[in-house]
Design a binder for this molecule. Structure first.
Ligand SMILES: *Cc1c(COP(=O)(O)O)cnc(C)c1O
Length: 456
């Protein structure tokens, strides 16, 4: 008898699809994910056979289809526990939202809303009206608009107000913000011509002054949000730039980055530029992110002169970079925390910044007791992070786990790949977990994850 051809032993796609367990998966449908995955599983089996393996049994093939299907429905984007101590962690989604902001986002997402409908008049309205009163009340600006993020805010402002004209920027501010996002590239994209003045460390008011020509539309200041130049440095204050812009009849645009509405000095942190200060200094437009120190959803806020904001609204790009309804709802709810004077207790980034040291220490001790196995408590620093308050940090207590060579990296990997994933940091072969950025309701999951990683 001739040896049987192993390819012939493979079941057909239909046969796999007729399996009870596979049918449950695909709701009995003919096409769709089950068929695609069954073909994929058979194809891999063919390749394995071609490589010299034996044919899998039908049961093995069904098992692999079920496994592939489970993986296909595992969302790629999912919550993680941030134990890094970096409060505004760009790679981990920046600012978490308050409960009220989440409720507001869910409420407008679930059903219809008056996004662009004037309920009073019964006719078409504008999506921009919803945010404007909170933004102008909080900042004292005449008018406001919010778009997708601060990068698009910058693009919109320059496209609408400086197309084919010159915009003056200090060489010390023509910077890369992160993830390859370069201020000069965005500015060039807008069709504005960049005129760089001064040097990396020193730019004087007279440098700006002598660069102003008939072609100049604006002076722009960009906050150095992720680095600091120290030592032999000069840059004019926003007040000096404001006076110069006014005297010479050009616009002053101030990209302050974070949109901080709280005095950071009360936490021993360096002062952040505030919207109010920029407007008072004569900035025509002030730009900032919604999801840095403001602590809301992703957004780019522009506040300032009413006639300029009106021009921005009319510009074609405004449509391309408009905010969606959920973000508008979430940002509004976040702004209301500030209006009510409850930002420090409600907005997660401020709650984390304001968290009492004793409370952090207590939680770190509780973690250490629950975990045992050599876990100890050490002093450390939590970083503000993510394009705000460069190099600024707060004192904290960390849970530390030691180990030789690759052991600590292996524990960190197990934590990252667990469910839920836990992201920690490693310094000098010590694994560190910071309670400041972990929500108290995540403590139980974090402790379980660490115990499992250590025992695996
Ligand atoms: C972060 C940042 C940006 C980009 O803001 P996104 O909201 O991330 O688009 C622009 N300018 C400055 C100064 C920043 O710090």
């Amino acid at each position: 008898m001739a040896t049987t051809n192993p390819f012939r032993q493979l079941p057909s796609v239909d046969r796999i699809l007729s399996d009870q367990r596979v049918r449950a998966l695909a709701n009995g449908g003919e096409s769709g994910i089950a068929t695609i995955i069954a073909r994929q599983a058979i194809e891999s089996a063919r390749q394995a056979i071609a490589g010299g393996s034996e044919a899998p049994t039908e049961d093995q093939l069904v098992e692999s289809v079920l496994g592939l299907a489970a993986a296909a429905f595992e969302p790629s984007l999912r919550p993680v526990i941030n134990a890094t101590g970096v409060i505004i962690h760009t790679n981990l989604g920046r600012a978490p939202s308050s409960d009220e902001a989440i409720e507001a986002m869910a409420a407008v997402s679930r059903g219809y809303s008056n996004l662009e409908f004037d309920l009073e008049a019964g006719e078409r309205g504008s999506r921009y009206t919803h945010l404007e009163s909170a933004l102008t009340r909080l900042t004292g600006a005449e008018a406001a608009i919010a778009v997708n993020n601060n990068a698009s805010a910058l693009l919109l402002v320059l496209s609408a107000l400086a197309l084919d004209q010159e915009v003056i920027i200090s060489r010390g501010q023509a910077v890369e913000i992160g993830g390859g996002f370069r201020i000069p590239d965005v500015m060039a994209q807008s069709g504005a011509r960049l005129v760089e003045v001064g040097t990396t460390n020193r730019t004087y008011l007279r440098d700006y002054e002598s660069a102003i020509t008939e072609q100049t539309a604006a002076i722009i200041r960009v906050h150095a949000s992720n680095f600091r130049i120290v030592g032999f440095t000069v840059s004019p204050s926003i007040h000096e730039l404001g006076s110069l812009a006014k005297m010479r009849g050009v616009l002053l645009i101030d990209d302050i980055g974070s949109g901080c509405l709280v005095d950071t000095r009360q936490f021993g942190l360096a002062p952040e530029p505030t919207v109010g200060e920029s407007l008072a200094a004569g900035a025509d437009l002030v730009l900032f992110s919604g999801d840095k120190l403001l602590g809301g959803p992703q957004a780019g806020v522009i506040v300032g002169k009413a006639e300029l904001i009106a021009q921005l609204r009319r510009h074609a790009l405004a449509r391309a970079v408009r905010m969606d309804k959920a973000s508008i709802a979430g940002l509004t709810a976040t702004l209301h925390h500030y209006l009510r004077g409850e930002a420090l207790s409600k907005v997660p980034v401020w709650r984390m910044i304001a968290k009492p040291f004793a409370e952090i220490e207590k939680r770190a001790r509780r973690w250490a007791r629950a975990i045992g196995q050599g876990a100890r408590i050490v002093d450390g620093r939590s970083m503000i992070g993510g394009g705000s308050l460069p190099e600024e940090s707060l004192p904290t207590k960390l849970l530390a786990l030691d180990g030789e060579g690759g052991y600590v990296a292996e524990i960190a990997r197990r934590l990252r790949t667990g469910d839920p994933p836990v992201v920690a940091r490693i310094e000098r072969d010590v694994l560190l977990l910071d309670p400041r950025t972990v929500r108290p309701d995540e403590d139980r999951a974090l402790i379980a994850a660490v115990k499992e990683a250590l025992s695996a």
